[in-house]
Design a protein around this ligand. Structure first.
Ligand SMILES: [Ca+2]
Ligand SMILES: [Ca+2]
Length: 292
C-alpha cells in the first residue's frame, strides 16, 4: 500500500474507531440520555392534566389533600414514546396533620404507565383503589396499564401496610411482584423512587431511597410494555392516589424522565459506516497490493 493511501486509510480508520469508542462510552454512561420530562418542582404544572382532587399546592403536586375519600391524579397532557426505554425519577412525601399516626395515612401513591382511551383524563376510584383501580363496579379502572404502587394501607391482597408493588391490568389485588418497606412509606420522609425500563430485555426495575439515601434496588420484573400497554404506540405517564377512612397529603415533589439519546445511536452508525468506507477503499486499490 502506498504511503498516501495507507495514511488516508489510517486516518479514516482512526476517526471511525474514536467515534465508536466515544459512542460506546456515552451509551455506557448516563450522558447518553435526553430529558423527556423535567419538573424540578411543581411551581408550574404546565403540561399536566390534573384530575379529581389533585391540585397544585405551593411547589408541590398534591394528589390528595388531607381528607377522607379523596381520589386524584395527574398525567402528562400529551402521550410519549417509551419504545426505546426510559428512566423516571420522582420524590414523594406522605404527611398528615390530622393523622399523626402513620397507620392511618392512606392509601398510597401510584406511578402509572397507561394507554386508557380516556388518555390524560383517566382516573380510577378512591380508597385502596388508589386512583388506578376500581373495585366499586364503576368501571373506571385505568386499563391497559402498568402501575408501580407505593401502598400504605394493608387491604385485600396486600402483603403489608407499607409496600411497593408492580400492578397489572388495573386491579388493586393483582400484585405481579412486591417489596415491603419496613421504614413505612407514610412516615413523613421524602422518598426518592426510580423506575427504569429496558425494552430489549423487557425488564422493569424499581429503586427506592429514604431522604438523602440513594435509591436502592427493590425488584426487577420481566414485562413487555409494548404488549402490556398496547394498542397505543405512545403512552401517558403520571401519578394517581386515593384516600378512604385513613387519609393524608399525598405529594409528588419533583419528577424527571430520561430516554436514550437518539443522536448517540446515529453517531454510532456513522462510526460503523466510516469503518466500512476505510475497508472498501483499501480493498479497491489493486496497486496497493501490487506495490513494491
Ligand atoms: Ca392497599
Ligand atoms: Ca397493594
Amino acid at each position: 500500500m502506498p504511503i498516501g493511501a495507507l495514511t488516508e486509510y489510517r486516518a479514516v480508520l482512526r476517526f471511525a474507531v474514536v467515534l465508536i469508542i466515544g459512542c460506546l462510552a456515552a451509551v455506557g454512561g448516563r450522558g447518553a440520555t435526553a430529558a423527556l420530562i423535567d419538573y424540578p418542582d411543581f411551581s408550574s404544572v404546565a403540561g399536566l392534566t390534573l384530575n379529581g382532587n389533585a391540585a397544585q399546592s405551593g411547589d408541590r403536586l398534591r394528589l390528595t389533600p388531607d381528607s377522607p375519600s379523596q381520589v386524584g391524579g395527574a398525567f402528562l397532557s400529551s402521550p410519549v414514546s417509551i419504545t426505546k426505554g426510559f428512566t423516571t425519577r420522582f420524590r414523594l412525601q406522605i404527611t398528615s396533620a390530622l393523622n399523626p399516626s402513620p397507620l392511618r395515612r392512606s392509601d398510597g401513591i401510584a406511578f402509572v404507565i397507561q394507554s386508557d382511551p380516556r388518555g390524560s383524563a383517566a382516573l380510577g376510584a378512591d380508597g385502596g383503589n388508589m386512583g388506578y383501580a376500581d373495585d366499586t363496579g364503576g368501571g373506571n379502572e385505568i386499563v391497559p396499564s402498568v402501575v408501580i404502587e407505593f401502598d400504605t394501607h394493608h387491604g385485600v391482597g396486600d402483603p403489608s401496610d407499607s409496600h411497593v408493588g408492580l400492578m397489572l391490568a388495573g386491579t388493586r389485588t393483582n400484585h405481579a411482584v412486591t417489596s415491603n418497606v419496613p421504614a413505612k412509606l407514610d412516615n413523613g420522609s421524602i422518598w426518592t423512587a426510580e423506575v427504569t425500563y429496558d425494552p430489549v430485555l423487557t425488564e422493569l426495575s424499581v429503586f427506592l431511597g429514604e431522604n438523602a439515601a440513594p435509591p436502592a434496588h427493590l425488584f426487577t420484573h420481566t414485562v413487555d410494555l409494548a404488549t402490556q400497554v398496547s394498542p397505543a404506540p405512545d403512552v401517558y405517564l403520571g401519578f394517581t392516589a386515593g384516600s378512604g377512612g385513613g387519609f393524608a397529603n399525598q405529594d409528588i415533589l419533583s419528577w424527571q424522565t430520561e430516554v436514550p439519546e437518539p443522536t448517540t445511536l446515529a453517531l454510532f452508525a456513522v462510526g460503523l459506516a466510516g469503518l466500512g468506507v476505510a475497508r472498501r477503499r483499501c480493498r479497491s486499490r489493486p496497486s496497493d497490493k501490487a506495490g513494491p
